[in-house]
Write a protein that binds this ligand. Structure first.
Ligand SMILES: C[S@@+](CC[C@H](N)C(=O)[O-])C[C@H]1O[C@@H](n2cnc3c(N)ncnc32)[C@H](O)[C@@H]1O
Length: 216
């Protein structure tokens, strides 16, 4: 389940998706999610995102899932967070105070292994090619069956002109993927500046959509 070879993105520091600050769309729209401090927020395909630090700062228990050891190690080092590591089969658990990351393949996480009712997805669904997107959602509901709400950020652009990832996921595709399980509320659409790599491919603007998903 590693078609894009994300590990090599981390090995060569090709991480144009990483933001050096918390995502402004998280700050703006997270209050619309009814998670209380201490509630767990699951962050699939989390990288070393500072959004995890922001959610942690807001009092949540944060649980991430990430393939790359380099990313997880960088997160704990850069955030200066004490942590322990333990191995559970093919996954490695990195645990700090109210924040843990399960390193390994998201698609092999076990049923019910994520006791979270809230999910934050920025650059996770859009990191996956179209044929992996439905399996990603099925796996989400398999590992975290109690999910109530998701804050989801996707991008839309001509991904045939600039090589993905990210994969373009317009609102109609979100409906196709999630509509069976969730009410979908499009909170905001805005134009953003592409990563330097995408700009070099000639892309001048990338449209970002923010959704709130409520379990039916
Ligand atoms: C586009 S990045 C986004 C990272 C983060 N969400 C952010 O906003 O910065 C996608 C991440 O998913 C991770 N990833 C890809 N496939 C994965 C898998 N099967 N299991 C766990 N993590 C995966 C990659 O290593 C990469 O860090």
């Amino acid at each position: 389940m590693d078609d894009i070879n994300w590990r090599s993105h981390w090995e060569s520091n090709n991480i144009g998706f990483h933001l050096d600050q918390a995502n402004p769309m998280l700050i703006k729209h997270w209050p619309k999610i009814r998670a209380m401090p201490k509630d767990m927020v699951f962050v699939p395909l989390c990288g070393k995102s500072l959004d995890m630090a922001e959610l942690h700062k807001q009092g949540h228990f944060v649980l991430g899932s990430e393939l790359s050891e380099i990313a997880v190690d960088a997160f704990f080092t850069e955030q200066n967070l004490d942590h322990t590591r333990h191995n559970a089969g093919e996954h490695e658990y990195w645990s700090g105070d109210r924040l843990a990351i399960i390193q390994g393949d998201y698609f092999t996480l076990a049923e019910d292994s994520v006791p979270a009712r809230f999910v934050y997805d920025r650059a996770a669904l859009i990191a996956l090619p179209p044929d992996m997107q439905k399996p990603y959602i099925e796996q989400l509901l398999h590992i975290a069956p109690d999910i109530e709400q998701i804050l989801l950020i996707t991008v839309e652009y001509d991904d045939t002109a600039a090589a993905p990832p990210p994969f373009s996921i317009p609102p109609a595709r979100v409906k196709e993927l999630y509509g069976e399980y969730f009410e979908i509320d499009l909170l905001e659409t805005r134009d953003t500046k592409p990563s330097p790599r995408k700009q070099a491919q000639g892309l001048k603007v990338i449209t970002e959509h923010v959704f709130k998903l409520d379990r039916k």
